[in-house]
Design a protein around this ligand. Structure first.
Ligand code: ADP
Ligand code: MG
Length: 485
């Protein structure tokens, strides 16, 4: 086969060439990495032996370059011949940044990210140090990692909401202290999996490197230990203890907010970790940029590595999480309908999904009730705080009409008067947002309209919202009323 690409129709062949590269890449890395890092890549052009691929962000570029440049280069050369080159086009907001692949020659320049340091672990301190995790007097240095075996990667369901954080965590566990994700700073609202993921990173590190000392500590415990050390004048020992670890996972670091002395100690430990290429994983309920009560020098260090957030899982991911939890507790006979209902109702907090499941299971076994949507509904209404209230379309129509001061029957009529049409559109828009009804069902309940009308209405509302500030404010007010329903 003639591999000289000049001769080929470049546009149509850039996809073909990339597909060939992908085949090679796919057979050399884990399916998980392949999916995360290569499926979002789009080949965009092929000019003079240079294939340009588009990656979704700088982070992707760095990760791919850092971890797969050798493989990519090999693949590109194999498919395009020895002169084949690769360039990246990085999407950055509205701009696109063009970057060459950093290592076009084997063993020549460094990759864009610093190469992985090859050094072995520095020697551990020889003298005995008080271990704040053991009862004083029991002088064992055998450090219990404090990790929970069930909070592992297998049980941590992957979704769009956590893909980057999860992949970065996985990379860290493969190469602790030696990637650019140091510290790895994981942040999110409560109940979205920070502790679980951080713990999973620790476990996975122990699997990959049984000899490494990994420690999970929540910041509150860390704080208590510091206070204790201050009392007994053993702060140096406290710091030295932490400096003996290879991987430190510190959970809910926000608890150190305004605790200046403890931050000072943490700062020492942090710097030591950086110097020695030891890994830190930090979780927090805020991003480093919105975190307050920390010294600036510490905040800026939090940004040195990678900060990745966990978002609210979408409904499909919530369904998978529920199924996983059920499997783990050995329940196999719950109706899909109930699972679907739970995932629909409980939105903002995965922990609450778990709580609801347990109360449903308990109720059903106590009272020998079968688990139905009705039972699930009762339990959720009783026990769960942050749910979507199921709002009916009737209620929405009433709120919207009341707000704009128009009787509901007029909104449901065939009237094409501007103000009435506007109210009709708004109520369709909110019905789509807050109910589970299909567009066709919403149309049917809005004065016998079809689904295309509803779709058009929703778009019209979006457009107007973007251009008309008064209207946008009205919609916000209605939103508030509906949310408090
Ligand atoms: P956070 O530390 O952010 O408050 P947790 O890690 O304690 O949240 O998570 C709350 C609960 O939700 C835990 O039981 C955890 O196992 C579960 N959970 C969160 N995200 C996931 C996920 N992606 N897959 C499986 N379980 C999850
Ligand atoms: Mg937590």
């Amino acid at each position: 086969m003639d591999r000289s690409v000049d001769m080929l129709d470049e546009n149509s062949n850039c996809q073909t060439i990339w597909n060939e590269c992908l085949k090679i890449i796919q057979s050399n890395i884990s399916p998980e990495h392949f999916e995360t890092w290569f499926q979002p890549v789009v080949p965009v052009s092929l000019k003079q032996q240079e294939l340009t691929i588009q990656v979704p962000s700088m982070f992707y570029y760095e990760f791919i370059e850092n971890n797969f440049w050798q493989l990519l280069k090999t693949a590109v050369r194999h498919v395009m011949g020895p002169d084949g080159k690769l360039a990246y086009s990085v999407v950055m907001g509205k701009n696109v940044l063009r970057l060459p692949q950093s290592s076009s020659e084997v063993g020549s320049n460094q990759p864009a990210m610093p190469p992985l340091p090859s050094g072995s672990d520095t020697e551990k301190q020889g003298r005995e140090i008080v271990n704040p995790f053991v009862i004083p007097g029991l002088k064992t240095m055998n450090i219990n990692s404090q990790l929970k075996p069930e909070l592992n990667f297998d049980n941590f369901v992957e979704g769009e909401c956590n893909r980057l954080a999860r992949a970065a965590g996985f990379a860290v566990a493969k190469n602790p202290g030696k990637t650019s994700f140091n510290p790895l700073f994981i942040h999110s609202d409560v109940g979205l999996g920070k502790t679980h993921l951080a713990n999973a990173i620790g476990l996975e590190t122990k699997v990959n490197f049984p000899d490494k000392t990994v420690l999970y500590v929540d910041a509150e415990t860390f704080l208590q230990q510091y206070i204790e050390a201050a009392k007994t004048q053993t702060i140096n020992d406290f710091i030295h203890f932490y400096q003996m670890l290879d991987v430190l996972i510190i959970d809910d670091v926000q608890f150190l907010s305004k605790k200046e002395k403890t931050q000072e100690a943490f700062f020492h430990i942090f710097n030591f970790f950086q110097r020695e290429n030891r890994q830190m994983v930090i979780t927090c309920d805020k991003s480093p940029s919105t975190l307050t009560g920390f010294e600036q020098r510490l905040l800026s260090r939090f940004k040195w590595g990678l900060s990745a957030d966990l978002q609210i899982p979408d409904k499909e991911t919530r369904v998978r999480i529920i199924k996983k939890k059920l499997l783990n507790i050995g329940v196999t006979d719950i109706d899909e309908e109930v699972i679907d209902y739970l995932a629909y109702r409980i939105v903002t907090n995965v922990r609450e999904i778990e709580g609801a499941l347990i109360s449903i299971l308990a109720q059903s076994s106590l009272n020998r009730k079968t688990i139905t949507v009705e039972l699930a509904k009762q339990m959720i209404d009783k026990f769960v705080q942050n749910t979507i209230h199921e709002i009916s379309i009737d209620y929405i129509q009433k709120v919207v009409c009341d707000y704009f001061n128009i009787p509901v029957y007029q909104m449901l009529s065939k009237s094409r008067k501007g103000e009435i049409v506007q109210v009709r559109h708004a109520s369709m828009y909110f019905a789509k947002k807050y109910t589970n009804l299909s567009l066709a069902q919403i149309g049917a309940r809005s004065g016998d309209k079809d689904h295309a009308t509803v779709l058009h209405a929703c778009r019209a509302v979006e457009n107007q919202r973007a251009t008309n500030a008064k209207y946008a404010a009205d919609l916000n007010n209605i939103d508030k009323i509906l949310k408090n329903a």
